[in-house]
Design a binder for this molecule. Structure first.
Ligand code: PEP
Ligand code: MN
Length: 270
């Protein structure tokens, strides 16, 4: 992997990525919130719910990369204003996806961390723009990306000058269709071998089924992930996107409690 000049391991210490008061790579971080920001009421309810359950950062999509052009595309600027309000009220840092390189500078005024999604993980103009360093970046693995291709995308961001980068495993396409994707948990120790960057896991998109998320979150935690990204919704059956994979408040609370216990155990054994 000679092209990984900056994200390769080289026996370097693990990188710590600061996002507001959080330090990815140092402590275990849970990012949670709805797939999409749908209304002020929905997002603020979700924000308080995830905060009370122990999440450290709030996610919510303002620009949604939907397979069909007729599906809900996100509220754009209105969603970003709602996220900003949620940050002011709850103190939770905001993670939100950016789809277009032209949006990177102004979306950065609302976000504490920019998400680059699976579908855009090889959008090289977007990677270069996010690499200018407006905000720390959460780079998801493309659904068809090998580890090397994913790390090469990371290399675009680092080589453009932004050292604040966290990787997110979110499942890859395989022949299996029972789950939406196949969550590749071996990516966690493999990335640890190959790179100094923190890596978190998104079992929500990795499975696409609410019933499987807790087990895979616990497995990801035991595998040494630096954190989790979980979609939650106050009323999953009413969600405008990804309702089948959103956890309601009580199940999210249980997940965080169990993941914390596993993390404490993992830290003791390390
Ligand atoms: C999301 O986080 O809502 C999302 C669209 O994720 P991915 O890019 O992993 O599909
Ligand atoms: Mn989603």
């Amino acid at each position: 992997m000679d092209d990984l000049r900056l994200c390769g391991r080289f026996d370097r210490q693990k990188t710590v990525v600061p996002v507001g008061p959080l330090r990815f790579g140092e402590s275990f971080i849970v990012i949670a919130g709805p797939c999409s920001v749908e209304s002020e009421r929905q997002l603020l309810t979700a924000a308080w719910m995830v905060k009370e359950a122990g999440a450290h950062a709030l996610r919510g999509g303002a620009f949604k990369p939907r397979t069909s052009p007729y599906s809900f595309q996100g509220l754009g600027l209105a969603a970003l204003k709602i996220l900003d309000k949620a940050r002011r009220e709850t103190g939770l840092p905001i993670v939100t996806e950016v789809l277009d390189p032209r949006d990177v500078p102004w979306v950065s005024e609302f976000a504490d961390m920019l998400q680059i999604g699976a579908r855009n993980s090889q959008n090289f103009s977007l990677l270069k723009e996010a690499g200018k360093g407006y905000r720390p970046v959460l780079l998801k693995r493309g659904m068809y990306s090998t580890l090397k291709e994913w790390l090469s995308s990371a290399e675009y961001i680092l080589s453009a000058g932004n050292p604040h980068l966290v990787l997110c495993e979110r499942g890859i396409r395989t022949f299996e269709v029972y789950t939406r994707n196949t969550l590749d948990l071996s990516a966690v120790p493999a990335i640890r071998e190959l790179s100094h960057l923190p890596v978190i896991v998104d079992p929500t998109h990795g499975t696409g089924r609410a019933s499987l998320i807790e087990a895979m979150s616990l497995a990801a935690t035991a595998a040494g992930a630096d954190g989790l990204m979980i979609e939650t919704h106050p009323h999953p059956e009413e969600a405008l996107s990804d309702g089948d994979q959103a956890l309601p408040p009580d199940r999210f609370r249980t997940l965080v409690r169990k993941a914390r216990a596993i993390r404490e155990c993992w830290e003791r054994l390390e």
